[in-house]
Design a protein around this ligand. Structure first.
Ligand SMILES: Cc1cc2nc3c(=O)[nH]c(=O)nc-3n(C[C@H](O)[C@H](O)[C@H](O)COP(=O)(O)OP(=O)(O)OC[C@H]3O[C@@H](n4cnc5c(N)ncnc54)[C@H](O)[C@@H]3O)c2cc1C
Length: 273
């Protein structure tokens, strides 16, 4: 299928994009890497009248480390590849470095943006899961205001977020590696690069476990425990697997998804390094 007709605007500055969003609101969509949006348009799941292309908005193409604030800030036009291929990423945000290779193939990551994946909010996507696991946040900007929304409030359901129609996801911020934290990431998919049927990210310290699960509920779900071990951990993972409300779908059963949560959850916590 082909998309319904639309007007196209290439925003050369952030202000240009914000003005267009203010003017067109619900009738507009931001075009970043186009790796999710073009499929949505081709299937006519959305029929916006205006596409606002930010892929060449230089001011938004930034990746900055703020050591004082302890954050890695990724601007809206920065591709997933431009973050993944930073030599220092493994020291800055190890969990992000672990997750990137699971996102499709490098051709997709070469065009797709980090902010686009967060804005799209696919429950199986890796980047929302990492942002939720680390307790990062989303910087939203409209013509009228700026606001910062924690990941836990930003993701509101399948492809649903706290973003208003006139807001741009200007940047997302991932907390830098904190002393004493160890990390784990794993997922299960039919083939390497496919969307995850279940994915787990863990942040483990000597006295706590934070486990985030994607691909099961309608958004990433984060659970915080003390440093559970053995049967206590198995029992907590079993409770979580039921709490997520797994559903049968064309690929796997709800029971198998619960099994994946228990197995992958155990593995990432044990392997956190
Ligand atoms: C074959 C294939 C396989 C894939 N596999 C995976 C996978 O395994 N895991 C995974 O996580 N992803 C996967 N993806 C999706 C990929 O990661 C996308 O790049 C990403 O989800 C969206 O980023 P984008 O920059 O392409 O956004 P776009 O497609 O341009 O936009 C996506 C949505 O977000 C909105 N948006 C984008 N940027 C902003 C912004 N700054 N402010 C407000 N709204 C914005 C758009 O309006 C649109 O609604 C796959 C894609 C393809 C084509």
């Amino acid at each position: 299928m082909k998309p319904a007709p639309f007007d196209y605007l290439r925003a050369m500055t952030t202000q240009h994009a914000l003005d267009a969003l203010a003017q067109h609101g619900e009738d507009a969509r931001v075009l970043a890497g186009g790796q999710s949006l073009m499929a949505v348009l081709n299937m006519r799941l959305a029929q916006p009248r205006m596409l606002i292309d930010i892929s060449r908005t230089d001011e938004l193409n930034s990746v900055r480390v703020d050591h004082k604030a302890g954050l890695l800030a990724v601007g809206a036009a920065a591709t997933q590849g431009s973050v993944e291929w930073r030599e220092s990423l493994r020291d800055e945000v190890p969990l992000l470095a672990m997750a990137f290779p699971h996102i499709s193939h490098f051709q997709i990551r070469n065009r797709g943006t980090v902010c686009g994946s967060i804005a799209h909010a696919d429950p199986s996507a890796e980047l929302p899961l990492v942002l939720a696991a680390l307790g990062g946040d989303v910087m939203l900007r409209s013509k009228k205001k700026h606001r910062v929304v924690p990941a836990g409030e930003f993701f509101q359901g399948m492809l649903m977020t706290a973003r208003e129609p006139d807001e741009l996801v200007e940047a997302v911020r991932f907390p830098l590696k904190r002393p004493g934290e160890r990390y784990g990431f794993t997922e299960f998919s039919a083939r390497h690069g496919d969307f995850a049927m279940a994915a787990c990210a863990a942040v483990v310290t000597s006295d706590s476990i934070r486990l985030a699960v994607g691909g099961v509920a309608d958004r990433p779900v984060v659970e915080q425990w003390p440093r559970l071990r053995d049967e206590d951990l198995r029992s907590a993972l079993n409770d979580l697997s039921w709490k997520l409300g797994a559903q049968d779908d064309a690929h796997i059963s709800a029971a198998y998804r619960r099994h994946l949560v228990r197995q992958l959850g155990w593995r990432v916590i044990e392997e956190a390094k």
